[in-house]
Design a protein around this ligand. Structure first.
Ligand SMILES: [Zn+2]
Length: 493
């Protein structure tokens, strides 16, 4: 008889510095599916559930769907939203009858009102319902791992890449780990160490040094024998939580063996902490360099307005600079539902004149006056084509493109996450033909745009995802964390 595996997920990267709150409607707007709808939503996608579905077929596991609730990274999750998702998950678990194991997909950096460790809370709630069945969880490379999260389940698998293009592979790995537990009736030892170190996402890219070398070392160590899995969660620093920072987890047969690997990696990362340098360029200089480059496109990364990290995606600092310097052949995307409505009332081909961006809060630059022709206007939906979250269905809502001199300003009703250029091609803009492309992203853009971009510049802009962590006022930390503080002591006292 095939084992019955309950599969469920709750995914949110919470930016506690963002002034907005995340409600249930935000989960429904981005990704919400339950029952058989879960399989319809994720079949053949590069996601953990997609990967787990393929592995289940191969391993003859019978997946029993719970739900998946995911929202775009944003501010603190409202208490009722979190509670509703949790209650509904438990209700579905109750209804499905006997279960032999669970696969749970969490982010690891979710913070809800009343539940600062929301992921651990979610997993413990599942654990309490079925104390004896094996549970394997997957988590994001940006997780702020905690002892609670580790203790809640029998095994954990984290993404190895940023941009995260190994989600399906990790979902597959999680299914294999669960299968191993079920058939061997054994659990791995888990050794976990937390460092007082929180590098900004911009310097966490796994293709770049020093992270690339550290991840390679982890991979080598996994081959030592007796190791079930190992992960480094580089943390999400835009969360004011006591468990902020890098976590290293190794799981295997021998506790001493796991300990040696974890200590070695921890020491390596700690000694290299000074090498995590964001290398930011002032906006004026960044635009000047991008315009002067002989070949485009040049990517201007608006890291502080990282739409995938909880920023509103309506930051205007770079747009203002592009307009000032009269940039040619440049494109920027802003989330501005009000401006989209204004454009819609004017109609295609009309002249738009109004303030755009900078409306969600006063942290990402003021609204900028924009005058130009409305050259595109439509509701835009598409499926991701790139290799990052391939197949994911996206709804940008109403979109208007304003041509202001040499600058195309794409105004969207919902935030566009630049994991690929599909949101540009969907509005008739060929990304490869631009001189300047502004991305509201720290690293996720690289998976696609590095394939054809001729240069990249990280711009020192203001916002809730700024790479300079000293801009933020943390109140929940229990000890010094580098580089928020200039020092930091490890092992932490
Ligand atoms: Zn992430």
């Amino acid at each position: 008889m095939a084992k019955r595996i309950f599969i469920t997920g709750f995914w949110h990267e919470t930016n506690t510095f963002a002034p907005t709150r995340t409600g249930l409607e935000d989960f429904h707007a981005y990704q919400y599916a339950e029952g058989d709808g879960l399989f319809e939503a994720f079949a053949d996608t590069n996601t953990e559930i997609g990967g787990a579905m393929n592995a289940a077929m191969e391993l003859d596991l019978n997946l029993i769907p719970g739900l998946f609730a995911g929202a775009v990274p944003s501010g603190m999750i409202k208490r009722e939203a979190y509670q509703t998702i949790l209650d509904r998950t438990l209700e579905l678990l109750e209804d499905v009858g006997e279960i032999d194991g669970m696969l749970v997909h969490v982010h690891g950096a979710a913070v809800a009102e009343g539940a600062p460790e929301a992921d651990a809370d979610y997993l413990f709630a599942l654990r309490r319902r079925l104390p004896l069945v094996p549970i394997v969880a997957t988590f994001d490379l940006h997780a702020n791992m905690s002892d609670g999260l580790i203790a809640a389940v029998d095994g954990l698998i984290g993404y190895n890449t940023y941009p995260h293009n190994d989600m399906a592979a990790r979902g597959t790995e999680a299914a294999h780990m669960l299968h191993r537990m079920l058939w061997s009736d054994r659990r791995p030892e888990k050794i976990f160490v937390k460092l007082p170190f929180a590098p900004p996402p911009q310097v966490q890219a796994t293709a770049d040094q020093p992270v690339a070398g550290i991840m390679a070392k982890l991979e080598d160590m996994k081959d030592w024998g007796g190791i079930w899995s190992g992960s480094i969660a580089w943390g999400f620093p835009y969360a004011d939580v006591a468990h902020l920072g890098v976590g290293i987890l190794v799981q295997g047969d021998d506790i001493h063996h796991c300990r040696r690997i974890v200590d070695d990696l921890a020491l390596t990362i700690w000694h290299k902490r000074g090498e995590f340098d964001a290398g930011l360029i002032e906006p004026e200089e960044a635009v000047r360099r991008a315009m002067a480059a002989p070949d485009g496109p040049i990517i201007l990364a608006d890291v502080a307005d990282n739409a995938g990290g909880g920023s509103p995606g309506d930051g205007t600092t770079i747009l203002a600079e592009l307009l000032d310097q009269e940039a040619r052949n440049a494109v920027i995307v802003l989330c501005d539902p009000g401006a989209v409505r204004a454009a819609k009332s004017l109609g295609l081909g009309a002249m738009f004149s109004g303030n755009v961006g900078g409306k969600a809060d006063d942290l990402h630059g003021p609204p900028v006056p924009l005058v130009g022709e409305i050259i595109f206007q439509q509701t835009v939906t598409y499926s991701r084509q790139g290799d990052y979250m391939t197949g994911q269905k996206i709804d940008l809502g109403q979109v208007a493109v304003i041509q202001a001199g040499g600058i195309k300003v794409v105004l969207s009703e919902h935030k566009a996450l630049p994991f690929d250029a599909d949101h540009l091609s969907a509005v008739g803009i060929a990304a490869e033909l631009q001189q300047i492309i502004v991305v509201k992203s720290a690293v996720a853009w690289q998976a696609h745009f590095r394939g054809f971009a001729k240069g990249e510049i990280y711009v020192d802009t203001p916002g809730v995802c700024a790479s300079n962590l000293k801009r933020f006022d943390y109140t929940k930390l229990k000890h010094d964390i580098f580089p928020i503080s200039d020092d930091g002591v490890w092992p932490a006292k």
